[in-house]
Write a protein that binds this ligand. Structure first.
Ligand code: SF4
Length: 356
């Protein structure tokens, strides 16, 4: 079969320029899946240490499936979108329970597993099993919109099919795994969002956007997401070498992670406030200046924290105060064992807490 002009230029470019990454030297669906889920959250350079941490802790799908959820969330800490970590864990359990530890070999079957969408399914099916399943991620949207001059809005879900079909046609006659790796790497290194390397691009002569002066206009993306502002006021409460933590409940950001006792407010106070219903004598109080800002994809968080220290003799009273609120009293040196949002870690650092 004749390969497309696009693929005949793309694949030699990839052979020459590809980064040597651990998940590229394997056909193991487990490692490929792990790397793809992590890389949906972050860039390659930041994702690499997470991948290595996960592989060291859970060398195979059985180890991941058997791990406690808290441990998975702790290793995921800092990547955000914690529902993906929970799905990762559930998916491993399902692969073990329903598939005897073997990942299904087709994109269609992979998509039935928790947390595996069309992109990840295509990546695993093509990289590990050679199925001609095109991946369509942000890089692929950009490269194909520019190269083919596709003007459709990529924020509309219906556009996905247009790009998937285009990629399917261009990959014909190639090794699908190689083609998919190549187009993603090309989008990441050469045809980048800002400042693409058009002047020394092997696709330049046939590239619609380059030839028509539309490189910065493509891909077309409309519809900005509404950002919600929230105001978090944390209390860091310490007594006799113990601190209070609170497990984040279901249905909101950071589900299942541990944070400090929180009051969500309409606006943040200028003066320190004690927690609601507080009735214990404070030995020392610290209220660091300034607001810490933290951006999530659809939320902008503004936060402050008050540090409250109690004399040792009030430990039991603190325990009684904390019990109805379901706060946990944990030893300071155990704090690193709990998966925490980055925002909470920032406050612990600000307060010079030694156990991060
Ligand atoms: S010429 Fe520029 S826009 Fe076109 S494919 Fe190459 S890098 Fe991308």
């Amino acid at each position: 079969m004749i390969i497309s002009n696009f693929a005949s230029k793309l694949i030699p470019w990839y052979t020459l320029h590809k980064r040597d990454l651990p998940w590229r030297n394997t056909r193991s669906p487990y490692f490929i899946w792990l790397s793809e889920v992590i890389l949906q959250q972050t860039r390659v350079a930041q994702g690499l240490p997470y991948f290595e941490k996960f592989v060291a802790a859970f060398p195979d799908v059985f180890a991941l499936a058997a791990a406690p959820e808290d441990e998975v969330l702790r290793l995921w800490q800092g990547l955000g979108y914690y529902s993906r970590a929970r799905n990762l864990h559930r998916c491993a359990q399902e692969v073990v329970e329903k598939h005897h530890g073997e990942f299904p070999a087709t994109a269609a079957a992979l998509r039935r597993l928790p947390g595996i969408g069309p992109y990840t399914a295509a990546a695993i099916a093509s990289f590990a099993f050679g199925e001609a399943a095109p991946v369509v991620d942000g890089n692929v949207y950009r490269v194909l919109a520019r190269y083919l001059g596709i003007q459709e809005d990529i924020s509309r879900p219906s556009t996905y099919k247009v790009f998937e079909q285009a990629a399917r046609e261009l990959m014909q006659g190639t090794d699908p795994g190689l083609f998919n790796q190549a187009i993603m790497e090309f989008g990441s290194l050469q045809c980048s969002p800002k400042d693409p390397g058009c002047m020394h691009c092997p696709l330049q002569a046939a590239c619609y956007a380059f030839q028509h002066g539309q490189v910065t206009a493509l891909p077309v993306k409309s519809g900005k997401v509404k950002v919600r502002e929230r105001f978090f006021y944390y209390s860091f409460i310490r007594c006799a070498g113990q601190v209070l933590l609170s497990k984040r409940g279901a249905g909101d950001i950071w589900e299942g992670l541990y944070e400090l006792p929180l009051r969500e407010m309409e606006e943040l106070p200028e003066e320190p406030l004690l927690p609601e219903g507080w009735n214990l004598p404070v030995q020392r109080l610290e209220f660091p200046e300034g607001t810490v800002k933290h951006l999530l994809s659809h939320q902008r968080l503004f936060a402050r924290c008050v540090a409250i220290e109690l004399e040792e003799k009030y430990l039991n009273s603190l325990r009684e105060w904390a019990a109805p609120k379901s706060y946990l009293l944990v030893s300071e040196c155990d704090v690193p064992k709990f998966g925490k949002p980055v925002l909470v870690s920032k406050f612990l650092e600000l307060l010079k807490f030694p156990y991060l």
